[in-house]
Design a binder for this molecule. Structure first.
Ligand code: NAD
Length: 499
């Protein structure tokens, strides 16, 4: 059995501790064992990080940027192998795995410009003979705790910016698909990153708690489900760390009566069912505005859903593959049953789907619910599977209230040809990322990613300038160079002013 080990300086074999099963979601079989680390594993990584970080922080930013550029070249060179590895553990189709890697690489591209964004501010002559300047310095050691659904992009969101700004970074990826993060760390090493600057520790709650409590770790970036995000935020902050913790989502797609319904259905098919719905920026709720729109949309959705092709992650013609494991499939099917019990109309039932030749794989067919209401638990909670819910709205104001009042506020989209309605919606909706005729509005790498409400705890987003702010602290220097004569201006005992 293949063992997936930590990537830590001076540690190999991982010891005789606990392990976790890593499945092949296509076959339902265990394909590898991941070593689950302990406090002692983390201590080893932290010791190596402490040793390496000062030298890396002192390396000029242009040289740090060159490592980023070389890493990008190596990932591009190895993208086929990486995508296959990613698909084999996650279950998303290969083209989608390449997208996962590509979106991460775009953050690395942003990091190639790190010398520019690290430049501080300067005021000449802020007072008589006094200049003020500020600089951004790394925090020291940062850690990242990531979910299973983007095993390349999310580790790169965090590690790219943390490392480029001069920190050492310890990544604890999801134990469900841990191979790609290790491979990325190896490629960083090949690109010239000094050892100890990026390390990968595997584990579950025990490792997460060790990270949150570790006195040498200055900052923690987390992405995962909301209850755990909130826990990580509270515990990390209580230990005096800087914490950003992104959580779950329930993104709505508002369909105005003037929308191009063929385009909407094409967009929705991918956004609701792509990656088997396992995306925090998926669109699992569609909100047609007005009865006529609802009827027409439902009519067009049905044949589009019937046409969806579910296949293995290596099937080039498949629209989506299996979900990540059996427990997750059971959870999604449980939510479908809950929706039925709550009185929603199950128009298409994806439960019990078996792929010929892969009967033990973790496949689920697409499901469609209509007449879902805000009182239903299956509406309030995240399902994270290939399930689309129709919530009918009477008018624009009603449609605007639905995502605005939902507990999650990650992403939202509006489909319309009316610029005024779109502009009004974007300004007023209580959600962090908005798409206008864009179903999955994941911001580009030089902007920033982050939701509102229970979709994110903490106040800085991922990547872009917000990421740079998160991974650095500002130091401000006030300087004067007196010419030798003592002049206290009679004010030495008064708080200095520039007056
Ligand atoms: P998860 O919360 O189960 O796991 C995330 C991380 O937390 C993993 O590294 C895991 O090992 C760790 N963890 C799990 N249980 C823990 C516990 N009890 N205590 C401490 N740590 C624990 O999430 P997941 O199932 O891997 O990922 C899917 C979730 O992530 C969805 O809710 C999805 O919406 C969310 N997500 C959010 C974003 C975003 O940016 N907002 C992006 C991607 C995924």
């Amino acid at each position: 059995m293949r063992i997936i080990d930590h990537h830590i300086v001076g540690l190999s074999g991982g010891g005789a501790g606990r392990t976790g099963d890593v499945f092949d979601p296509n076959t339902g079989l265990v394909q590898a064992q991941v070593t689950l680390g302990t406090q002692a594993t983390l201590d080893t990584a932290v010791a190596a990080a402490l040793k390496a970080q000062p030298g890396w922080a002192a390396t000029n930013p242009q040289r740090r940027a060159r490592v980023m550029a070389e890493f990008k070249r190596l990932v591009d060179l190895n993208i086929d192998e990486l995508a296959e590895l990613l698909s084999s553990e996650h279950g998303k189709v290969i083209a989608d795995s390449k997208g996962d890697i590509q979106r991460g690489l775009e953050v690395i591209e942003f990091c190639c410009g790190i010398p520019h964004v690290m430049k501080g501010e300067y005021t000449q002559g802020a007072g008589p003979g006094i200049d003020v300047y500020s600089m951004r310095q790394p925090l020291g050691i940062g850690a990242g705790i990531t979910p299973f659904n983007f095993p390349a992009m999310i580790p790169l969101w965090m590690s790219g910016v943390a490392i480029a700004t001069g920190n050492a970074f310890i990544l604890k990826p999801s134990e469900r698909d841990p191979s790609v993060p290790v491979r990325l760390a190896q490629l960083f090493a090949e690109a010239g990153l000094p050892e100890g600057i990026l390390q990968v520790v595997h584990g579950d709650k025990e490792m997460v708690d060790a990270i949150l409590d570790h006195p040498e770790i200055a900052a923690v970036s987390f992405v995962g489900s909301s209850d755990i995000a909130h826990y990580v935020y509270r515990r990390g902050v209580a230990a005096g760390k800087r914490v950003q913790a992104m959580g779950g989502a329930k993104n709505h797609g508002i369909v105005m009566p003037d929308a191009d319904l063929d385009q909407v259905v094409a967009d929705l098919s991918g956004a609701a069912f792509g990656s088997a719905g396992e995306r925090c920026m998926a669109l699992p709720v569609v909100v047609p505005v007005g009865e006529k729109t609802a009827i027409a949309l439902r009519e067009k959705l049905l044949p589009a859903i019937a046409k969806l092709r579910i296949g293995t992650s290596t099937d080039k013609d498949a629209d989506y593959g299996p979900v990540v494991n059996a427990a997750h499939r059971a959870r999604v099917e449980g939510w479908i049953q809950k929706g039925v019990d709550e009185g929603a109309e199950l128009v298409v039932d994806g439960r019990g789907f078996a792929l010929q030749g892969h009967e033990k794989g973790f496949f689920i067919g697409p499901s469609l619910f209509d007449h879902v209401t805000t009182a239903m638990e299956s509406y309030k909670e995240e399902i994270f599977g290939p399930v689309l819910q129709i919530v009918r709205a009477d008018d624009f104001e009603h449609a605007l209230r639905l995502p605005s009042e939902h507990q999650y506020g990650n992403g939202v989209a509006i489909f319309t040809r009316n610029g005024h309605a779109a502009r009004e919606f974007a300004a007023r909706v209580n959600v962090g990322m908005v798409g206008i005729n864009v179903p999955i509005p994941v911001p580009v790498a030089y902007h920033t990613f982050g939701g509102w409400k229970r979709s994110a705890f903490g106040d800085t987003n991922q990547h872009g300038m917000e990421g740079v702010k998160f991974w650095t602290k500002v130091k401000t220097v006030t300087q004067r160079w007196p010419d030798g004569g003592v002049d206290d201006g009679g004010n030495a005992f008064v708080i200095p002013t520039m007056g």
